[in-house]
Design a binder for this molecule. Structure first.
Ligand SMILES: *Cc1c(COP(=O)(O)O)cnc(C)c1O
Length: 395
């Protein structure tokens, strides 16, 4: 990861197809586009790749999550259970829907703990949104069983985990809908983009309309199309989709390189008894974008993160102290600093986020470092990295 490391002639060709026609819009202009339908092609290939019945490409992962919320009927006053370790976009999408983020603890998968989710359910809970962080998975089978038993919508934020599977099935396909991000630092990129997949036709039809001002996309005359729901604009452009078409076709190659690189580093680190690894419910389905590991306590972990950086082992993230991926530093959420006023009736429903306490997640995240696995490492660079890691942890 990420896909931009291997941006090349394939991406340039797809973009040039679009530039040569001048049709940057994903809908219509049938004659002028000379057979090039990049967004549609991406959606078709994403369905083939994931096995999903339907796919909708959007302008970002955040957009895809917002579209999925609407299409799954999540809205004003509904509670959505999410983890405290994720990118801020996850709770932004919940808030944008007028719904209420409710936090539940993570487990050593670094994702939502099914037992903690069950305890967080209230009569207002509408949906559970696990976030498959850092290329690997939550205990998605247990979460699915729980949602089915309780009649809750399961919506997967798989923005960081395209290509990852559980029991051979693509992440994003366990719930009613699943979302991916194709932003510039994700496994594959459109420049900016995101996608929603679902097996539910009604969910897809609503999402497809909601993301394009309510257009039903029936017939071939935009002006005459009906508006089946109130919507917004979360569309992708053909230029962004074109980059993604080329990137999606490289996904197998990306996964193979990441898995090999990760395995090499992980087996070297396994020698050290003070290091343990993130629990991965199905190791064969790990997309291997990161190697996440634990040290015995917070002090040793902070020291190791510093030592790794000092030794030039770059790309090691200590999320616990990071502004964007863990609840501790989400001061804007804790104070509910909104650019526009939240309707008072909704604001009354929000819990006081400044007092949300996640002791188990703190214990896990304060001991965790995630090392980004690069595609572009040469064999020498990989060997050098492993040597530095060995030296550092054998001290
Ligand atoms: C990147 C990301 C998003 C949002 O994707 P964008 O395309 O950047 O809007 C959502 N959730 C998670 C977990 C992410 O990592």
């Amino acid at each position: 990861m990420p896909g931009f490391e291997i941006f090349g002639d394939e991406e340039r060709k797809e973009v040039n197809d679009v530039l040569s026609t001048g049709v940057l819009f994903r809908y219509g202009f049938d004659a002028a586009r000379n057979g090039h339908w990049k967004a549609k092609t991406f959606e078709k290939e994403l369905c083939e790749r994931t096995g999903a019945g339907f796919a909708l490409l959007c302008s970002s992962g955040t957009a895809a999550l917002s579209v999925a919320m609407a299409a799954c009927g999540v809205g004003a006053g509904d509670e959505v259970i999410i983890p405290p370790f994720t990118f801020v976009a996850s709770f932004e999408a919940v808030l944008n829907a007028g719904a209420i983020p409710v936090f539940a603890e993570i487990d050593e998968t670094l994702c939502l703990d099914p037992e903690a989710v069950e305890k967080a359910i209230t009569p207002r809970t509408k949906a559970v949104m696990p976030v498959h962080m850092c290329g690997s998975m939550a205990q998605i089978d247990a979460l699915k069983e729980l949602c089915d038993r309780k009649g809750l919508v399961l919506l997967e934020d798989a923005c960081q985990s395209i290509g990852a599977t559980f029991g051979g099935k693509s992440l994003g396909r366990f719930g009613k809908a699943g979302c991916f991000s194709f932003d510039p630092v994700k496994t594959i990129t459109c420049g900016e983009g995101g996608g929603m997949i679902t097996d539910d036709r009604d969910c897809y039809v609503k999402a497809d309309a909601y993301a394009d001002h309510g257009h039903d996309h029936i017939g071939n005359d935009r002006g005459k199309e009906d508006h089946i729901v109130l919507g917004a604009n979360y569309r992708i452009s053909e230029l962004n989709a074109a980059v993604g078409v080329a990137q999606l076709r490289k996904l197998d190659h990306i996964l193979a390189v990441q898995r090999a690189n990760k395995n090499a580093i992980k087996s070297a680190m396994a020698e050290f008894t003070k290091i343990s690894f993130r629990h991965i419910p199905d190791p064969a389905g790990d997309s291997a974008t990161f190697l996440s590991f634990f040290l015995p306590d917070e002090a040793q972990t902070r020291q190791a993160a510093k030592d790794l950086a000092d030794a030039g082992v770059d790309g090691c993230f200590y999320w616990y102290a990071n502004n964007w991926h863990y609840i501790r530093q989400w001061h804007h959420l804790k104070k509910m600093v909104a650019a526009a006023r939240v309707p008072a009736s909704l604001a009354d429903n929000f819990p006081d986020y400044s007092t949300v306490d996640m002791p188990r997640s703190d214990t896990i995240m304060s001991r965790c470092i995630s090392m980004q696995i690069k595609l572009s490492w040469s064999p020498d660079q990989l060997a050098d990295r492993i040597e530095k890691i060995r030296t550092l942890f054998s001290k």
